[in-house]
Design a binder for this molecule. Structure first.
Ligand SMILES: [Zn+2]
Length: 433
């Protein structure tokens, strides 16, 4: 369907208003418009409202199929990915996940083990249509000395296919060892990474956050937090991060993931937090599949009654940048997943109600995470941009989100890529005890 040519034209593509800045066209109530796309030398040379004459003049007729820009996945853990067969979560709880993943890291995460699993993950993400991905990297000593060099090599190997970003990951109590943490911040800066920690309601949280912000300012790093991944209403570290951002005068980008407990808190508390988050310019990423899996997991095998996700609608209504992302894949934090951002968007639509109306929710898997990750030109379709897009079978939201779209066509630099997914059997050698 996509010509194997340096230049060609596509007619009657269905584009979404939220991801096609600058396209003057008549959009329907679902936000779609029919458009014609011209591709030349790997770039989109023109996008215009569909003109009936286009097909008779030789453009390929896409017959109203949806075309989206390639995905941006801003919160993943490809260092943990695919360890499930050798280290499952014994009971599906957050604690079970933390302990299992920690034990596996200590026992098995050599450079070779990491590189093979990370490459496997990236091949899946690429085949599904992802163009940029941020991974957290467990950076508890001595793992940081193993993982960061592997990450740097992997980023080079994948340059041009997936723009890879790395953020360090450690519990905030690790910041108490200031000498070690400052060294880690320096290492992250050397790798042009992002400074990340997991916040807990420890008594010295404010002091530790101050130190994290000070190190980020010192090295010019963006920040990325895991916050309040719990149903405990006393978990208010999102608010503490916003306060720290405001009083430190931090000017970089801050992304905060999870924020589950916010959805359980009283309205007044929520409003106060959201005011501060908006004022501080924080962006929030929800991880709907992982949250659904881990949150409200009941040890007595009764049925979960809470979806686990944070208040994205309320955040977006206040102008807070919101995204959704994959999070974990086939590891103790989430037994499933394949870094398929269409699956994430489909699940988010159902879990978080990204519908009726769809409005600009599609930005959560493309334009918004691209902005948070400082990736110009990513996550939108526009003239002058790279010809990187995904052609689906679906012609409407209900068609797009009802099937896996395993036969989608991913176009990179104007050419359809080989979408063969890696075979799980490739990992068998890493899974033996
Ligand atoms: Zn995470």
């Amino acid at each position: 369907m996509i010509p194997n040519a340096v230049s060609y034209r596509l007619a009657k593509a269905r584009l979404h208003a939220s991801l096609t800045p600058g396209l003057a066209a008549t959009y329907d109530s679902d936000g779609f418009a029919l458009a014609d796309i011209a591709v030349a030398d790997g770039k989109i040379s023109a996008v215009a409202a569909h003109d009936r004459a286009a097909i008779s003049s030789g453009a390929v007729d896409l017959a109203g199929r949806i075309v989206l820009p390639c995905f941006v996945d801003c919160h993943t853990h490809i260092d943990k990915g695919h360890i499930w067969p050798r280290k499952p979560n014994p009971d599906g709880t957050f604690t079970g996940a933390l302990n299992a993943a920690g034990a596996d890291r200590v026992a098995r995460w050599s450079a070779e083990d990491l590189a093979k699993r990370m490459d496997f993950s990236l091949r899946s993400a690429y085949a599904h249509g992802t163009k940029a991905l941020r991974t957290h990297l467990d950076s508890v000593a001595p793992q940081e000395e193993i993982s960061w060099p592997v990450f740097e090599t992997m980023r080079e190997t994948w340059r041009g296919r997936i723009e890879l970003q790395g953020a360090c990951l450690l519990g905030i109590e690790g910041v108490r060892d200031k000498k070690w943490f400052d060294r880690l911040a320096k290492r992250v800066a050397a790798a042009k990474g992002v400074l990340g920690v997991v916040t807990y309601m420890v008594p010295d949280l404010e002091e530790l956050l101050d130190h994290v912000f000070a190190q980020a300012i010192k090295h010019g790093l963006d920040l990325d937090f895991h916050a309040d991944e719990t149903d405990d209403i006393a978990a208010i570290s999102l608010k503490k991060i916003a306060e720290a951002a405001l009083w430190s005068g931090f000017e970089g980008n801050i992304l905060v993931g999870h924020c589950c407990s916010l959805a359980r808190q009283p309205d007044l508390e929520v409003l106060d937090t959201l005011d501060k988050v908006a004022k501080a310019g924080l962006a929030v990423v929800s991880l709907p599949m992982c949250n659904l899996y881990l949150q409200d997991r009941r040890s007595d095998h009764t049925t979960p009654r809470w979806r686990g996700v944070t208040l994205l609608h309320e955040m977006k209504a206040r102008g807070i940048a919101v995204a959704v992302a994959s999070d974990n894949t086939r590891d103790p934090f989430y037994a499933y997943g394949d870094l398929d951002m269409l699956e994430v968007y489909r699940m988010a639509t159902r879990i978080l109600h990204f519908d009726h109306p769809v409005a600009d929710w599609p930005q959560t898997v493309a334009a918004t995470p691209a902005k948070v990750m400082r990736l110009d030109g990513f996550g939108t379709l526009a003239a002058g941009g790279d010809a990187d897009f995904i052609l689906f079978k679906g012609r409407s939201w209900t068609e797009l989100l009802s099937r896996p779209e395993s036969d989608r066509i991913v176009v990179r630099g104007g050419l359809a890529i080989d979408r063969q997914l890696p075979d799980y059997a490739e990992l068998d050698g890493l899974m033996v005890e």
